[in-house]
Ligand binder design. Structure first.
Ligand code: 2SA
Ligand code: MG
Length: 450
């Protein structure tokens, strides 16, 4: 049986808490896309662990798998594993031989391209994610399996590195160093390959997972980022370069769609919206310099919206886990969620962070958009069209600040009534039941709806 966890918005929906909750019942936790652009904090036995690549289940004694749909930076991988070991854990991490490797030139090019693109820059995490997926699609990538075979590794590098070097030097006019040097890369990455082999970490992902499922194990498929950051279904080009949507869980692991579809697909919803990076955001409150398009610091500063945005940002700790950037915040965007519910086929929802909104007089949601004179209920296909959408808001009465730990202990009915009205509106609109409600950052602060 599988449980797939998918972000329904723009990442940082609090997937970690839900992964934790359902991860208890899982024997294996696999990631199916992305790389070290994800970020999760796991609290285990009172210790806090920050991970960006290793699946969080590995901290809790589960087998953690990086699927073939992931892009893997071996340096990050081994750093995280070594740190966990220094702290007394013995993580069991497997990596798909079909997964692609992030090389130093990918990181360098990610930075260079972001500078060049200006208005089109996605505000990436600069981890080399996009350039690695580009090489995957361009059939010039290096895969984890290639690191185990020095001859193949050498051959691949000799083909691809001169192209990358020419791109950096001739197209972008940058000086390049050892990150574009074939011999240096060969030596370093061959060693990573040796370590992967010594520790018997590599797997044929689909076979590995299917065998575990056939043996009766529970497998959790953990998405990173979110639906609106999906390369196909997100707000292109302000997206990541992989498929966080549920379809990615099958392509990115080698399990069939019927296997994934046989299980649960849980949409993680944050009770408001947050976003790092650029692009339109129809329900945005205030703005963040350098991320909000056409942000005017003088006009925005000091206003009511700006103050509300600051409150939500600080209450919710809305600062990027990977880069520390302040996140843009806004009201819930229902057309975005309807789009996500369809694209992912959610069987249930986990709605997080309702505690963050507690104490506000009223809570708004963008119920629909006005788009070129029409009222629309889902996201239009191009981001330029989305940028022309004006949200039509619905207003809900706010709910009080309460002792959320008590609420978590007592269950769903202990959630303040106005918050339940809000939750049930979301569930009705998305035609999916609520499985869980997050009322705080801690592990115990999730209410399971019966
Ligand atoms: P990239 O680096 O190529 O993936 O950047 C492309 C765009 O995708 C955005 N992006 C993210 N936005 C929010 N959260 C992200 N990661 C989460 C974290 C992990 C999660 O906590 O840091 O929620 O699973 C993330 N990763 C990429 C980025 O801002 C660019 O707009
Ligand atoms: Mg996060």
């Amino acid at each position: 049986m599988t449980v797939t966890i998918v972000g329904s918005q723009l990442g940082d929906e609090g997937k970690g808490g839900v992964v934790d909750l359902y991860g208890d019942a899982a024997d294996v936790v696999a990631r199916y896309q992305g790389g070290d652009n994800a970020g999760h904090t796991v609290v285990h036995d009172g210790e806090k662990y920050k991970l960006s690549l290793v699946p969080s289940g590995a901290v809790r004694g589960k087998v953690g798998v990086l699927g073939n749909g992931c892009v893997v930076n071996p340096e990050t991988l081994f750093d995280e594993i070594d740190t966990l070991r220094e702290r007394g854990l013995e993580p069991d991490v497997r990596v798909a031989e079909r997964a692609h490797v992030i090389l130093p030139y990918h990181r360098a090019l990610d930075g260079i391209e972001e500078e060049e693109k200006e208005d089109l820059a996605a505000g990436t995490t600069k981890r080399g994610i996009g350039p690695t997926y580009e090489d995957k699609a361009g059939r010039r990538g290096v895969r984890i399996g290639d690191l185990l075979d020095p001859e193949v590794l050498r051959e691949r590098l000799e083909y691809v590195v001169p192209q990358k070097k020419a791109l950096a030097e001739d197209v972008f006019g940058k000086e390049t160093g050892e990150e574009f040097d074939i011999d240096h890369l060969y030596e370093t990455y061959r060693e990573y390959g040796e370590r992967l082999a010594e520790e018997e970490m590599t797997v044929d992902c689909g076979t590995f997972l299917q065998e575990r499922i056939d043996d009766g194990d529970n497998v959790m498929l953990e998405g990173a980022q979110g639906t609106s950051l999906d390369i196909d279904h997100g707000v292109y080009p302000y997206v990541t370069s992989s498929n966080p949507t549920a379809g990615g869980a099958t392509v990115g692991t080698g399990l069939g769609p019927t296997v994934v579809g046989d299980g649960e697909v849980i949409g993680i919803v944050k009770a408001y919206l947050s976003r790092v990076g650029t692009g339109p955001l129809p329900t945005e409150l205030g703005g963040v310099e350098g991320q909000t398009p056409d942000y005017d610091a003088d006009a925005g500063a000091g206003g009511d919206e700006e103050a509300l945005a600051t409150t939500i940002r600080d209450e919710g700790g809305e600062y990027g886990t990977v880069t520390g950037r302040p996140r843009r915040v806004g009201w819930l965007d229902m057309p975005m969620l309807r789009h996500a519910a369809r694209a992912n086929g959610f069987t249930g929802l986990a709605i997080n962070h309702i505690d963050v909104l507690a104490g506000l007089d009223e809570v708004k949601v963008g119920h629909s958009y006005e788009f070129d004179g029409d009222e629309v209920y889902t996201m239009p296909p191009t981001t330029e069209q989305w940028g022309r959408c004006e949200a039509t808001f619905r207003t809900f009465d706010g709910w009080p600040e309460v002792d959320w730990a008590d609420v978590a202990a007592e269950g769903y009915d202990a959630i303040p009534e106005n918050a339940r009205t809000y939750l049930e509106y979301i569930s009705d609109e998305l035609d999916a039941p609520i499985y869980a409600v997050g009322v705080g950052p801690g592990r115990e602060e999730t209410v399971i709806a019966e």
